[in-house]
Design a protein around this ligand. Structure first.
Ligand code: NDP
Length: 298
């Protein structure tokens, strides 16, 4: 039987609507809009597209969007000064520095300069630590979006076997932490894992965050498992076409015949990332103004 499709696009739309309602409520109570600042250094075309899209969606949700652009030749010191200025600006609740940064800048140093209470990407070491010990903080947007989709589909995750493929700081590791908090039994696999198919076969939940097109095969999947595909890979164009197809890290066409539920690519995890960013920015705004937001509101 074919797996149920997990519609991340529809879920993200629902989340943005909730953010919109609560952003209007925030504006009433705080007499200002919640504000998200996005900093872009250089002219990377993919980053420009993301930043534009983030700005548009921020405004569409009733929040204020502040965009700062620095040339690729800007010094690290200039960027750090800008981040410090934004840290001190009370109209800015969330700060996102678009990665990757040009090679002469130290990303970790830049992230460490963001006020952790404005770090809506959840990349600051303080927020990584808060997540690790189960304290309230900001959780990176993509794994939090994956968790929302999983809970929406499965409800209580407690006792389930979860395998996360990938151990990056922005997806794999925080994903594993979130699943531990949900009382899953979590295995984190990576490029040195021996017998990856055997490890994945144990899983009730598979989260693939690898960056290798269609790597996860149908015979790795336990029948009925829930499969979350984080990967975004563009295949080379077919002859006569300009652009190649976008595929995930999971061999979707075959895996969907065995899995219980699966996220498509595109339209699965991808749309969740910006929606969760907006959610995090609004949560930051409520916290920064000392206003109460119900813990299950978003
Ligand atoms: P990274 O490259 O930082 O990490 C990839 C991970 O996959 C590493 O831990 C690596 O292991 C592991 N890996 C690589 N090859 C293999 C292999 N053959 N077998 C098992 N594990 C392997 O990637 P990210 O975490 O940043 O991103 C992963 C994917 O998710 C990418 O396709 C990216 O485009 C996508 N992505 C999508 C987002 C969205 O909004 N939907 C947001 C962020 C990422 P090791 O540590 O041993 O090298």
């Amino acid at each position: 039987m074919s797996a149920q499709l997990i519609d991340g696009k529809a879920f993200a739309e629902g989340l943005r609507q909730k953010v919109g309602v609560l952003a209007a409520e925030f504006e009433k109570q705080a007499a200002r809009k919640a504000g998200l600042a996005v900093v872009l250094v250089g002219e990377d075309p993919a980053s420009q597209v993301y930043v534009r899209s983030k700005g548009k969606q921020t405004v569409a949700c009733g929040m204020a969007s502040f965009e700062y652009k620095l040339p690729a030749t800007a010094s690290e010191e200039e960027l750090l000064k800008l981040v410090e200025k934004l840290n001190g600006d009370r109209f800015i609740d969330g700060i996102l520095v678009q990665l990757p940064l040009p090679g002469h800048m130290d990303e970790q140093k830049v992230i460490a300069t963001i006020n952790p209470d404005k770090d809506v990407d959840g990349f600051h070491i303080i927020n990584a630590g808060r997540l690790a010990v189960g304290q309230e903080g900001f959780v990176p947007c993509t794994p939090l979006g994956c968790l929302m989709l999983l809970k929406d589909r499965l409800g209580d995750l407690s006792g389930l076997e979860a395998v996360v493929i990938g151990r990056s700081n922005i997806v794999g590791k925080p994903m594993a932490q979130l699943l531990i908090q949900e009382s899953c039994t979590v295995t984190v696999a990576h490029s040195r894992t021996t017998d990856l198919p055997g490890v994945v076969r144990r899983a009730d939940i598979v989260v693939a965050a690898v960056g290798r097109p269609e790597m996860v095969k149908v015979d790795w999947i336990k029948p009925g498992a829930t499969v979350i595909d984080v990967g975004i890979n563009r295949l080379p164009p077919e002859p006569g076409q300009e652009k190649g197809r976008l595929v995930g890290d999971v061999d979707f066409a075959s895996v969907r015949e065995v899995a219980g539920a699966i996220t498509p690519v595109p339209g699965g995890v991808g749309p969740m990332t910006i929606a969760v960013l907006l959610r995090n920015a609004l949560v930051a705004a409520y916290r920064n103004e000392g206003l109460t937001l119900a813990s299950d509101a978003l």
